[in-house]
Design a protein around this ligand. Structure first.
Ligand code: BGC
Length: 750
């Protein structure tokens, strides 16, 4: 960014309205190259001669604004004319408007501001520069209200007037950094599949797909007529429009018609929805062609594909993909609709392996992990959300959430083989492990703390938020896991990891001593160490004694390889027994679910893993599919059998976390696993099962496209594998046949 470019703001506080900064510019000579860089506190849009410039929306994206804000670069070479009007309009966005888990505004900046720099090189070799300064004019904007959570008002009748010259804004101290993530862009345009009246008489359009973005509306009506749109993900039991789960987020877009041909959509915000209600609509009939739901997400490239012979599982896969698209909007969010939409670290770490199979997320995560490193506390702590919007009410430091610091760099290294990111994040990994080491009275366990636990598990009763598994156990197990990943990362980077290797062994040993009986049985009851005040959402109250006799405990012991080798079979059997005793149902939440099917498969119970995959009662993946889901739900029974809702408080219908089951489908059902970074060496060990009929999936890896396909003819299973040149694959078929293969296409039958 050019040093002469200054942060500028409006001469008066524009409050919730957008503002336009304008500059006229004459270019009388032939232009060789014209480049403009711009950024904002707030979300901005760039216009040249009245036309929107660039492929991005919702720029500059969301970073730890107080420390750094990204600027975007635009090529104006072919767009500049002799006389030009350059405009940057800005709305409150993430930086200025209401945001965060306690929902306050001005978290990062008191008011909107912009900065820009245009550099022109003429064909005659001369150069010209235009920067933001006090010479820019400031105008009102047709967007008279904009908030991330509450929606936008576009008033085409609003007078657009100059309110004076721009003022310098010395309050913005953030470092300007070139765009280092993906652009946020528009994608599919969905037409409504149905227009109907609900029993209450609400006029509703159904786009058939829960999604993130906004509805573009075309209208030609009387000047001053209004269109008011509300959004919803689901209908209630009676079939009426339901917005209770949005909590405080109003998600209301109001459009005031100019009298001519209008096209409306929000510029500085977005919504999560499948349905819209036309709360006010000035026409007698609704023309479906006037409405398009525009899907918006980070411009990540699709790399994974999957199909099988079971349509419900195909729908589940579809829901996983749409869950990711809906929540990869510059940062990995928990959900796109209610008054959160935050970079919850736990959700991100749980899902990142699946994410990297589905899409190329290397750049996407590189940017977010940089913000995570910036926000790491001086003691090494990592908060629940990044960016953390509330310094006065920061999110908690919780096990399995903070471990994002170690899990994401390692998973991305395995997926993409890029040592640079591992090197960049290594200090953050070390400090997180040291934080856990220093926390609590025990050196090699993490006892005490305020954790999110096995978030939303149903084994402490349907209303519990943290599940039954001991938070101390989860914290200590993740302490071990992160330390192990740190050791692996250090070894890749050629560091001496003796200290952390020893630390890992000691944590492992202490976990067995503290949480397990001498014969290796998990302890039924454990002392309570949770620090008060208890999380307000704890139901039942937190002072209930927690247990290690849970599915999640066994899953973590197995998947993190914490249980002694000799006990693995026994633990696997115990896990199956617990599932049986639970009526053949899982009882895991955010922490246990991602590894549950892996733990079963690894101990010889792939059949039980398939039973759970195919289960249709809640909790199960197909429960939501059977209830019409088009994205992943936050809670196993977000919508109950009787059509009522699990809660209004924590009930998103677009929460990708449980979509991690795809990394089991890919890694175990299809059987593709990288055993060295970037899939240069892989294992193909499929677990076919007749319940899927056949299955076929692929990943476009950095080493080429890898595909696994199996199908049945009677009881014989046929396998096809595509292995790219330069990749070595160790193939193991269920019957015991093994072989080592290089690049090529292969067929087997067993
Ligand atoms: C979010 C979750 C998040 C959790 C922390 C919720 O409000 O939606 O996905 O991980 O808080 O427990």
């Amino acid at each position: 960014m050019n040093k002469n470019a200054k942060w500028i703001t409006a001469p008066r506080d524009m409050g919730v309205a957008a503002t336009t900064f304008r500059r006229e510019l004459t270019c009388n000579k032939e232009i060789k190259k014209a480049t403009l860089c711009a950024s904002a506190m707030g979300n901005y849009a760039l216009f040249l001669n009245g036309e929107r410039v660039g492929k991005g929306v919702l720029a500059p994206g969301w970073t730890s604004y107080k420390t750094r804000v990204l600027y975007q670069t635009y090529d104006l070479t072919s767009l500049l004319r002799a006389e030009n009007r350059l405009e940057i309009s800005v709305g409150q966005g993430w930086a200025v408007g209401y945001i965060g888990h306690v929902n306050t505004n001005h978290c990062f900046a008191e008011r909107t501001a912009v900065v820009a720099w245009l550099h022109i090189r003429y064909a005659d070799g001369t150069e010209e520069e235009l920067v933001t300064d006090e010479a820019w004019d400031v105008y009102t904007n047709e967007v008279t209200f904009t908030e991330i959570y509450h929606g936008e008002t576009v008033d085409k009748t609003a007078p657009i007037e100059c309110i004076g010259k721009a003022m310098l804004d010395p309050t913005v101290k953030s470092k300007l950094v070139p765009q280092d993530g993906e652009w946020i862009t528009e994608h599919e345009r969905l037409a409504p599949i149905e227009i109907f009246r609900t029993p209450k008489g609400e006029l509703v359009l159904d786009f058939g797909q829960n999604m993130t973005g906004y509805v573009e509306v075309r209208a030609k009506g009387k000047r001053g007529d209004r269109i008011v749109i509300h959004h919803a993900e689901v209908l209630d039991a009676e079939g009426n429009f339901y917005t209770g789960n949005f909590r405080h987020a109003r998600n209301e877009n109001t459009y005031i018609l100019s009298g001519g041909e209008d096209v409306f959509k929000p510029t500085y915000t977005f919504q999560g929805f499948r349905y819209i209600q036309l709360v006010e609509y000035p026409f007698d009939t609704v023309d479906p062609d006037c409405f398009r739901a525009v899907v918006v997400h980070s411009d990540i490239k699709r790399t994974g594909e999957f199909r099988c012979g079971n349509e419900k599982i195909n729908q589940l896969y579809h829901n996983i993909i749409w869950g990711q698209k809906s929540n990869y909007l510059d940062i990995p969010t928990d959900c796109p609709q209610r008054d959160e939409r935050l970079g919850w670290t736990g959700d991100a770490q749980i899902f990142c392996r699946t994410a990297a199979i589905n899409f190329d997320v290397e750049k996407f995560f590189r940017k977010w992990m940089r913000d995570l490193a910036i926000e790491q506390g001086p003691d090494g702590s990592i908060r629940g959300t990044v960016p953390d919007s509330m310094p006065d009410h920061p999110t908690r430091i919780s096990a399995a959430w903070g471990d994002v610091a170690c899990v994401v760099p390692w998973e991305l290294y395995m997926a993409y083989g890029n040592k640079a990111m591992l090197r960049e994040q290594f200090p953050t990994m070390v400090r997180w492990v040291e934080y856990m080491h220093a926390t609590g009275e025990e050196e090699f366990l993490w006892l005490t703390g305020q954790h999110y636990g096995d978030w939303l598990a149903m084994d402490a009763g349907e209303d519990s938020y943290v599940g039954a598994t001991s938070c101390d156990f989860i914290a200590s197990a993740f302490f071990a896991y992160s330390t192990e990943l740190l050791v692996r990362a250090g070894e890749v980077l050629g560091k001496d990891m003796t200290k952390y290797r020893e630390m890992y062994q000691k944590i492992r040993a202490r976990i067995l001593e503290y949480f397990f009986e001498e014969d290796g049985t998990p302890k039924e009851k454990l002392p309570l160490t949770e620090v008060r005040p208890a999380y307000r959402l704890h139901k039942p109250p937190i002072d209930q004694v927690r247990s290690c006799m849970t599915q999640t405990t066994l899953v973590l012991m197995l998947h993190f390889r914490l249980c002694p080798e000799k006990d693995r079979e026994r633990y696997g059997n115990m896990l199956v027994q617990m599932i049986r005793e639970n009526g053949n149902l899982m009882s895991t939440g955010f922490v246990g679910t991602p590894y549950l099917l892996h733990a079963l498969t690894a101990t010889g119970h792939a059949d039980v893993a398939y039973e759970l995959l195919m289960e249709e009662r809640a909790p199960s993946w197909l429960y939501s599919v059977n209830h019409g889901a088009t994205t992943m739900w936050e809670h196993w029974n977000s919508l109950k059998e009787d059509g009522t809702f699990w809660s209004t408080d924590m009930n998103s219908f677009n929460h990708y976390a449980y979509g991690t089951v795809y990394d089991w489908i890919f890694g175990a059902a299809l059987g593709i696993k990288p055993t060295s970074p970037a899939y240069r060496e892989i294992e193909i060990a499929p677990h076919p099962n007749k319940c899927l009929g056949w299955a076929e999936g692929s990943v476009e890896s950095r080493s080429g496209k890898i595909r696994s396909h199996w199908y049945y003819k009677g009881d014989v299973v046929y396998y096809e594998f595509d292995i790219p040149e330069g990749v070595t694959a160790r193939v193991t078929l269920p019957g015991g046949f093994t072989t080592c293969l290089g690049g090529g296409s292969y067929r087997f039958a067993e």
